[in-house]
Design a protein around this ligand. Structure first.
Ligand SMILES: Cc1cc2nc3c(=O)[nH]c(=O)nc-3n(C[C@H](O)[C@H](O)[C@H](O)COP(=O)(O)O)c2cc1C
Length: 324
């Protein structure tokens, strides 16, 4: 099901990806996801405008943890070709070998500058951005694009965008099978991605509503994609990557036991304390409630987690999780 993909400069051995997710894909989460079998992962999206001005908070997004034996891929957003090229150069100097361009994000902070999904309306500009970034990255990195089906249902913007970015030198295209007006609602329409496959000689990755092995198979089949990308199910249940890859090999899988989840929670907390100590107990609230969901006592656990005021309290609470 997952065959190696040869990009211009990278070989992707297993084309199963954890998506770029703002507010989630920081070092601690990336380490957890890798430890749970995720073969490919991205940073959070990074503003090219801020990166090109070396704003310290933004530069911090490029930091890679000592535990990250395999470097993550990076995602940039922006609409100015020169600034995007300058940022691509910064990323390659930092050692990133794959730089994705966000052409799918609908949030205000991104689209007001003409970036993200706005670029679907300006395929030539999108091509120019790719072209300048490809030139800036040289032989150091692949430039890839992540986008959506369109702005509204049936608008036919995707084929033109796909052709422009491919012609400009993009190495891979990921499509979230929803339009901007869909937001995150309704069911992803994987089959609507399929028509662009015949236009592409670069790999196509399908994204949207992949929650397990059967849905990964179906999404790839219906879209004719070469790989799959997972966001929400990946950050709420990071062990999904191991489960899917075991099933690809025909091996049985089972959900982690509550005790195994406790170990993952403790590991995540340790990583947060190491890399983001001031916010560790706050950030653990969301990861803790996601990972514990569906286990006995999870709602009491979540409530207790929300009232912890420091990481020591969180640690002792997690230690009692699944202890009986
Ligand atoms: C909280 C949140 C943050 C996201 N941040 C990004 C981002 O930084 N870059 C991006 O390309 N997509 C971002 N996305 C979109 C996801 O990568 C993905 O395309 C979308 O959630 C559909 O996949 P899923 O159904 O597997 O969640 C984000 C989605 C969510 C829910």
């Amino acid at each position: 099901m997952f065959h190696p993909l040869q990009l211009r400069h990278n070989t992707i051995d297993t084309p199963l990806f954890m998506a770029p997710v703002a507010g989630v894909c920081n070092i601690p989460f990336r380490v957890i996801a890798r430890e749970q079998g995720c073969p490919n992962i991205f940073t959070e999206m990074v503003s090219s405008e801020a990166l090109s001005r070396h704003i310290p908070k933004t530069v911090e997004f490029l930091r890679v943890g000592a535990e990250e034996r395999l470097r993550p891929f990076v995602q940039l957003f922006g609409a100015n070709p020169a600034t995007m090229a300058q940022s691509a150069r910064i990323c390659t100097e930092e050692g990133f070998t794959l730089i994705d361009i966000n052409m799918g994000c609908p949030v205000k902070k991104v689209v007001r500058s003409g970036s993200g999904v706005e670029l679907m309306q300006h395929p030539q500009l999108a091509g120019e951005i790719v072209s300048q970034m490809v030139a800036a990255a040289g032989a150091c990195a692949d430039i890839t694009v992540k986008t959506r089906l369109g702005l509204i249902h049936g608008d036919e913007l995707l084929p033109e965008l796909a052709l422009q970015v491919q012609q400009a030198g993009a190495s891979m295209l990921t499509v979230h099978a929803r339009t901007r007006s869909d937001g995150f609602g309704g069911q992803a329409r994987w089959h609507e991605v399929a028509p662009i496959k015949s236009l592409l000689h670069i790999p196509l990755i399908i994204n949207g509503d992949i929650t397990d092995y059967p849905s990964a198979c179906l999404a790839m089949e219906q879209s004719r994609a070469d790989g799959a990308m997972i966001a929400r199910e990946g950050y709420t249940r990071p062990w999904i990557f191991r489960e899917i890859l075991s099933q690809v090999r025909g091996q049985a899988t089972c959900e982690p036991t509550p005790r195994q989840i406790r170990e993952i929670l403790l590991r995540h907390l340790d990583l947060l304390c190491q890399y983001m100590p001031e916010r560790a107990h706050i950030l653990m609230r969301k990861h803790g409630s996601w990972y514990s969901k569906g286990t006995p006592g999870s709602s009491e656990f979540r409530q207790a987690l929300n009232s912890c005021t420091d990481s020591a309290q969180v640690r002792s609470l997690i230690s009692t999780f699944a202890a009986s």
